[in-house]
Design a protein around this ligand. Structure first.
Ligand SMILES: Nc1ncnc2c1ncn2[C@@H]1O[C@H](COP(=O)(O)OP(=O)(O)OP(=O)(O)O)[C@@H](O)[C@H]1O
Length: 263
């Protein structure tokens, strides 16, 4: 097993009197693609935001790339943020900026980069994310949902992160667009050596992209393991999710390579 680049210990999230989760423990290993699943409202997005440093936990600790986030100085947190990219569910693009300008935003924090270098780097990430050559000069409002997601991914990759957080990457996409986005996530994660933490409801994404799964239930990470491991766990939600008819349909689909050879 490779080293843990994210170590979450006894984490708690609470809003008012509502405890979303507590005593939550999770390790994420270098180079893996981890899918985080759970029923609606179990705290998947809150967990992503807490680990990514966008939300302060009510208790517990997050250690990322060797840095304890709670005791780190502002300068250390800033340096860490250079090594981490986040893609939000709706892309979270600035509507008044073009795609390239959006992707340039995280680059403004890097001292010494000329405007030309920033633009060249942004255009590289736009093309890596599979957007057409002319999409970079468009505004988010003129892009399809799938293209906005790709633009959000390009921005998450702007500073060559080691870890990327993806919140519901395929939500709102049609099945063909979702499958294409799954392929993109997988190819980029592997070719760039990323550690990928993704929150999803999409069984296709889990089966086609993820190395390992973490399930949020009963206010903590109830189980982690492979998809095969999940089928053996007796919890009702996990059984329903991983052994239900939709999961069986997805898990028995032929692998893409095999179906291509067969056809
Ligand atoms: N800023 C906030 N203030 C108050 N409550 C919040 C806040 N953010 C999240 N919550 C609550 O925390 C709980 C978990 O929210 P979260 O969005 O993480 O769930 P989720 O598992 O991602 O759900 P879904 O699958 O429906 O997207 C919900 O009850 C939500 O209402």
């Amino acid at each position: 097993m490779s080293e843990a680049v994210i170590e979450v210990r006894d984490l708690k999230a609470q809003f008012g009197s509502h405890v979303v989760y507590e005593n939550l423990n999770l390790d994420v290993y270098r180079g893996e693609i981890l899918g985080v699943v759970g029923g609606s409202g179990t705290g998947k997005s809150v967990l992503l935001r807490s680990i990514a440093g966008l939300l302060t936990p009510a208790a517990g600790s997050v250690r990322m790339l060797g840095l304890d986030m709670q005791s780190a100085s502002e300068a250390e947190r800033q340096a860490l943020s250079d090594r981490v990219g986040v893609m939000f569910q709706d892309g979270a693009l600035f509507s008044s900026l073009t795609v390239v300008e959006n992707v340039e935003v995280p680059l403004h924090a890097i001292e010494g980069l000329t405007a030309e270098t920033k633009e060249a780097l942004a255009r590289l990430k736009v093309s890596l994310s599979g957007l057409p050559w002319n999409a970079g000069d468009k505004y988010p409002s003129s892009l399809s949902g799938g293209m906005r997601k790709r633009a959000g991914l390009a921005r998450a990759l702007a500073r060559d992160p080691e870890i990327v957080f993806l919140d519901e990457p395929t939500a709102g996409l049609d099945p063909i667009g979702a499958a294409a986005f799954d392929d993109l996530i997988f190819d980029l994660s592997r070719s760039l050596g990323l550690t990928t933490f993704l929150v999803t409801h999409d069984l296709d994404t889990l089966y086609s992209v993820c190395d390992r799964v973490a399930v949020l239930a009963e206010r903590h990470v109830y189980a982690t393991g492979t998809l095969e491991d999940m089928r053996e766990i007796g919890h009702p939600w996990i059984q329903e999710y991983f052994n239900g008819p939709r999961a069986r349909a997805v898990s028995t689909k032929p692998a893409p390579d095999q179906s291509a050879e067969d056809s």
